[in-house]
Every structure is written in C-alpha cells, then in structure tokens.
Design a protein around this ligand. Structure first.
Ligand code: MG
Length: 378
C-alpha cells in the first residue's frame, strides 16, 4: 500500500539537491520548489491556450476529443502514479508533465512541420525547444525576470531531446546532450508517460471519430487481449463502456510494467544521488522488452491508420497553408504584428533573424481558432 507521505528515494529530485533557478529567489514558505514550478506553469497564459490547441483532431471538430490541455493532464496523471510508486518526486513529475507541450504550434504536428519549414533559414522551429523558450523567456508576468524562472530540474525535464548544435547554446542545460548523459528519473519518466497517454487516448478518440475500428485494433497485441476479456465478461455492455474498460486495462498494463521494470533497473544500477542517475550511460526508466514492442506496435498502428487517415491528412494540408500564410504575411509586413506605438521603429530595425524568431513565437503561440481567424483577416 502506498500512501501520500512516502519517503523519497535518495536519487529522487529534492529541494536540497536542486541546481536552482536562473535568477535567485527566496524559497516559498509552504511549498517545495517544484510545487512552485507547477503553480507557475498553471498560471501561465501558454498553459491556458493548450485548451484550444489540437492534439490530433482540430479543436472545433468536436468537444469530445482530446486537446493539448487534456493530453497534458492525462500525462500528469500517469506520471504521478509512476513517480509515487518509484519514490520519486511527484511534484516535479507533475510540473514537467504540465509544461512538456507548451511549445506546440496550432494544428499539432502539421503546424510544427509548416513552421519549421518557414524557419529553416533562421535556425528552424522545434516544439520541444519552444516549450523551454516559453518558460525561460516568453512568458511576461514577473517583475524581476522574463519567463517563469523555473528550477533546473523542471527545465531539464522539459527538454527531452536536443541536437548538438542547439545544445551548445543552452549552457548547463545542454550539457547532457553533448556528454551523452541522462535527465533525472522524473524527467525520464515523462517521456514514457507521454507515449502511454497519447497511444491510449488516440485509440479512444480514433474509435469515437469512426476513423478506426475495434476490428482493426484487434490486430494489435496491446488491444486484443483486453478487448476480448471485456467483451467475454460483459457481453451486453454498451460499446462506450467496453472501450473504456479496454483502454483502462491497457494503461494499467503499460504503467505496471514500466514501474516493475524500472524498479529493477534502478536497483541494479544502485544510484545514491540524482547525479548518479544523470551520469548513468543509459536511461533507467524503461518498459520490459515485451511491452516496449507492444507499445511500439500500437504507435505504428495509429500512425498508419489514424494520423495518416485522409480525413486527418486534409487537416494537415489546411494547417500547412494557414501557418505558412501567416508567417509570410508577418515577415513581409512586420507592422502587422501586435505592437505598442514605440515599438514601430524597433520592429522596422530588427534584423531578419530576430524578426523571423519573433514571428515564429507569435504564430506558435496561437490557438487553432485564432490562427484560422487571423489567416482569414489577413
Ligand atoms: Mg505530449
């Protein structure tokens, strides 16, 4: 039985071992430093906008589908379970989960691909780096600093991957990509909690949308046994409940396997401190080989049958046109960007590189419907 007052493992992230914030601040009175990070993320405007950003289905296609916000909450739910079971820092796991997708453009991956194409001559665009940029620079809320001034550990967890040339520009935070080191265990587990969350909710949304069917899903080793169990034991259950009963079992199977396998790999590596985790040559949070393959098979199934479905693809084409159209309009006439009067000269004088990044920040920050409206206006 696990209760809420469980003692943290010696290799969990703690306030005492934190590498701190970019700008020094007094510690909060009744919260840990990671609780404060989580609270700042929840109060960020980029976080609120996740409600109106596409996960797979464009936000206004239906109120029943996941958005980036509900996706992030589901990641946090799974991540907290894993963190608590492994005696890791649940507050940190939650903070990273809630922030991990802040940098996504409108229209999901289609939007990111379009913006990346536009930004190719100016250093590219990548949603993961953009999430970091939002919490480090773009949120303008605090008197003493730009961004949210989060702890190193939350920022480390947000940055799940990074190319070497970009890593060089990121100081201490980029070091692990140059040295082949790992993130904290809390950071590592978010990556997998993310895949558990989206594989499962995309099955749910995919079935609800009618773009995929139970018969197709039965080809997968993750879905079939649970679906058979549910339909055999409750043959008269309505379809909605059958699906939910199947999916909750899939999430449970993946999560339990992840906790059990990771607990064993942590025990074998025997880290005594968070830095031992970072210096380990391989990640310690992992599925068993069997579940890794099942999860991968599901990922491929969704790619082939859902993400590449012609109805989803149509949205991709439209997103591409909107994002590229907006980018070009703002680059051609920077004064179309929202600005205060005394910024006119600054906008005109900005070099191309700075201007392109400013435009990318603005377009990336748009919600789906705002991007559509703005495109129509321009
Ligand atoms: Mg995600």
């Amino acid at each position: 039985m696990i209760d809420g007052t469980i003692k943290l493992a010696p290799y969990a992230a703690t306030d005492q071992t934190s590498r701190g914030r970019l700008h020094t601040e007094e510690d909060p009175e009744y919260r840990s430093c990671y609780q404060r990070d989580r609270d700042r993320i929840i109060h960020a405007s980029a976080f609120r906008r996740l409600e109106y950003k596409t996960q797979v289905f464009v936000n206004h296609e239906g109120d029943m589908f996941r958005t980036r916000l509900t996706h992030s909450l589901e990641v946090a739910q799974i991540a907290r379970t894993i963190a608590r079971a492994l005696h890791l820092n649940e507050d940190l796991a939650e903070a990273i989960s809630l922030a991990h997708d802040l940098g996504h453009t409108p229209f999901g991956h289609a939007g990111q691909d379009a913006l990346n194409t536009c930004m190719k001559p100016y250093g590219g665009f990548e949603h993961n780096l953009q999430s970091l940029r939002i919490v480090d620079v773009l949120e303008e809320k605090y008197a003493d600093f730009d961004g949210l001034n989060l702890t190193f550990e939350t920022r480390e967890g947000i940055l799940k991957h990074c190319k070497k040339d970009k890593a060089k520009e990121l100081g201490e935070l980029g070091q692990r990509f140059l040295k082949g080191e790992q993130a904290s265990l809390e950071g590592q587990l978010i990556n997998i909690a993310d895949t558990i969350a989206y594989n499962n909710h995309d099955v749910d949304d995919g079935l609800r949308s009618g773009l995929i069917t139970e018969e197709q899903l039965r080809e997968t080793e993750l879905f079939d046994p649970h679906y058979c169990y549910v339909t055999k034991n409750w043959p008269d259950l309505d379809k909605k409940r059958q699906i939910h009963e199947t999916i909750r079992r899939m999430i449970n199977e993946l999560t339990v396997d992840l906790v059990t396998t990771s607990a064993a790999s942590i025990e074998a590596a025997n880290p005594q401190h968070i830095d031992d985790v970072r210096h380990n040559s391989e990640p310690l949070i992992m599925f068993s080989e069997k579940l890794r393959i099942k999860n991968l098979e599901m990922k491929r199934f969704l790619r082939d049958h859902l993400y590449q479905h012609y109805k989803v693809h149509r949205m991709t084409v439209r997103a591409d046109r909107i994002v590229k159209g907006l980018f070009e309009a703002f680059i051609k006439d920077p004064l179309l960007l929202p600005h205060v009067k005394d910024q006119r000269k600054q906008l005109r004088d900005e070099d191309e590189q700075q201007l392109a990044r400013r435009v990318a920040d603005y377009v990336a920050g748009m919600t789906d419907r705002y991007a559509i409206e703005e495109y129509e206006r321009l």
